[in-house]
Design a protein around this ligand. Sequence first.
Ligand SMILES: [Fe+2]
Ligand SMILES: [Fe+2]
Length: 293
Amino acid sequence: MNSRDFSGIEQMLGHVDQLPTLPAVYKRLQQMLTDPKVSAREVGAVIEQDQALAAKLLKVVNSSYYSFPRQVTTISHSVVILGFNEIKHMALSVSLLKMFGNARAGTLFDQSGFWKHSLGVAVCAGAIGRKAGPAKCPSHEEAFVAGLLHDIGKIIEDQFLHDDFVLVLREQKKQDVRLIEAEKRILKNTHQDFGAFLAHKWRLPAILESTIGFHHDPLRVQDSESEFAMTSIIHCANIIARALAIGTGGDPYVPRLEHQCWEFLDLGTDDLEPIVDESAGVFNDMAKLLLEG
Ligand SMILES: [Fe+2]
Ligand SMILES: [Fe+2]
């Protein structure tokens, strides 16, 4: 992974000891999955300790995102169908939305629009991942969680550097620049840096840290093909979600596409329409499930 120096970020957030914590169920699943003998029933039992999470997860497994031909009625069955790693990523996504997703619309920073955007990118990343195929995207659920988390740095800015973030939002409006430009001017860092820092603190897989940290500068990911592929997926998904006006990204502009990313995923112009159609349909279902109660 392209290693980052977080000392500046640590200094800025040094007084903060209340950074959001990684959902406990994910931590537990991470530990369990290092044991090759773990069973679907055991994994299911850990998820079922949180009944609200288990119920939501079952709804997601039965949603149009998967379109399974038959209803899946238990968590351990979901584990068998999706696989251990996939259920772990989905459990993280659903837990994160339980933690953060019920946000209200704000006057300056619209958290509700933020989570709509994040979910839009997640759904679109899943659709791109499916089109790109397993060589480029071995895990759709990892793409989904990467999409959900890609802008998490904005939440850190809003919660822990609030006064400066207000200046960023005002600068964006007053100078009519992209949010990321205003972040550089005021905070000397961007939401990519704060997000990658949180991923690092949470000890998330390197691929997620890299994706969060470089989704606006994907060509800077040079060390690993799998990290470049995932960053490319999120880079493209972010642009598609912005172009479809799903949620809000903090400024009115659609970011510029790095064409190398689309090409690296072996996607052509014909692939765009089905990806857009699938994303728009699935987004509505997932938003009802995960953002509205
Ligand atoms: Fe971003
Ligand atoms: Fe974004």
